[in-house]
Design a protein around this ligand. Structure first.
Ligand code: P1T
Length: 378
């Protein structure tokens, strides 16, 4: 089936006992067994829960991981829990290559948590495959890539990296694009990580995450780790993400058409020094983004003239855009990464410019969004 159809139906058949057309919220910790050890597919909700299974099947299908062929997904309690599960695949002595522009929490996990357990790291500009090649060490087990990156919206060449990283774990955080716009497994990624808190949930009402793979051995290992370590999405949260997924395609179409118009407005405004949006011809990787993504997404970053003070003033002056962390919901959000989402990278190679403003462009009427930015810049 095509993406829009899978988003509504994959893993989400009507309930076999009642005919309910939406997957029920299976709020249960345990399941009656017919005889000791004889159960109907579910024993205990950390190991498996039908609502979570539905979400996992849908996510795997949307990312192009064939469930019939042993691919799969694990749905976790947050995006960071998904990242932590990936971390369990590493051993002391392994080296990981991190992007030098990424969500601050991802960087914090590898450099402040896993580093203490003997897992070495270095950071590189993953948008330059030659730099990645040079930075690889014999003990480099895993390469982590975000594309578009958070918050500078740089684009990594997934096809080139897929070729280069055949013998390593190639992990792509696909949160900003969503599988509607980009499917990293098609380019050779081994694992796709999501914060489902963002576009997949889509309504700023849930925190969740997922890891997806097409490789049966990795899928089995992730399921084992999820059960062994316990970072599961609860049934209510899994249901909210499932509900969000159904409208991902239509929301994303509107997010990106609004984002394109907002980016063009900002690019033509003399009060703005720089606009970063992969859909602008001025973006250094506009061509690459056009090839590997089917759209440019809903995130726009910009630097108002006047430095960090101006960034803080603009972000504090909007009326439709809410000043808040996170992204990917139907409502527009504005933030200053250096003071909010990316404080954990201050003073590191990932430090973001203090005058950068990040927009998560929502699906409101675009004229209201542009009017709001116009008055805030004023
Ligand atoms: O917040 P959580 O669901 O745990 O997901 C972490 C995460 C992982 N990957 C990316 C690309 C992310 O952007 C995030 C979370 N980011 C924000 C909260 C933010 O405002 O950027």
């Amino acid at each position: 089936m095509r993406f829009e159809t899978d988003a509504i139906h994959a893993g989400q058949d009507p309930d076999p006992t009642t005919g309910a057309v939406t997957v029920p919220i299976h709020a249960t910790s345990t399941y009656a067994q017919d005889a000791p050890g004889e159960h109907r597919g579910f024993e205990y909700s950390r190991t498996g829960n039908p609502t979570r299974t539905a979400l996992e099947t849908a996510l795997a299908t949307l990312e192009g991981a064939d469930v019939e062929m042993g691919g799969g997904a694990v749905a976790t309690a947050s995006g960071m829990a998904a990242t932590a599960l990936v971390g369990y695949l590493l051993r002391p002595g392994d080296h990981v290559l991190l992007p030098d522009d990424a969500y601050g929490g991802t960087f914090r996990f590898f450099t402040k948590v896993l580093a203490e357990q003997g897992i070495d790291w270095s950071a590189v500009d993953v948008t330059d495959a030659r730099l990645v090649e040079t930075a690889l060490r014999p003990e480099t087990k895993l390469v982590w890539v975000e594309t578009p990156t958070n918050p500078l919206l740089r684009i990594a060449d997934l096809e080139r990296l897929g070729d280069l990283l055949r013998d390593r774990l190639f992990v792509v955080d696909n949160t900003f694009a969503s599988p509607y716009l980009q499917r990293p497994l098609d380019f050779g990624a081994d694992l796709v990580v999501h914060s489902t808190t963002k576009y997949l949930g889509g309504h700023s009402d849930v925190v969740g995450g997922a890891v997806v793979t097409a490789e049966p051995e990795l899928a089995a290992r992730l399921r084992f780790l999820q059960n062994a370590a316990g970072p599961v999405a609860g049934p209510f949260d899994a249901w909210l993400v499932l509900r969000g997924l159904k409208t991902l395609a239509v929301r994303m179409d509107r997010h990106q058409s609004n984002a394109q118009q907002v980016a063009e407005f900002l690019a033509n405004d003399p009060r703005v020094a720089e606009v970063i949006y992969p859909g602008l011809a001025s973006h250094p990787q506009h061509g690459l983004a056009s090839r590997q993504m089917s759209g440019f997404g809903g995130m726009v970053s910009f630097r108002p003239r006047g430095g960090a003070d101006a960034a803080v003033t603009v972000a504090s002056s909007t009326r439709v855009f809410t000043l808040a962390e996170s992204l990917g919901g139907v409502e527009s959000l504005i933030e200053v990464p250096a003071a909010m989402t990316h404080t954990s990278v201050a003073g590191t190679t990932l430090e973001v410019p203090s005058d950068l403003v990040r927009l998560s462009v929502g699906i409101e009427h675009v004229d209201d969004l542009i009017d709001d930015l116009d008055q805030a810049l004023g």
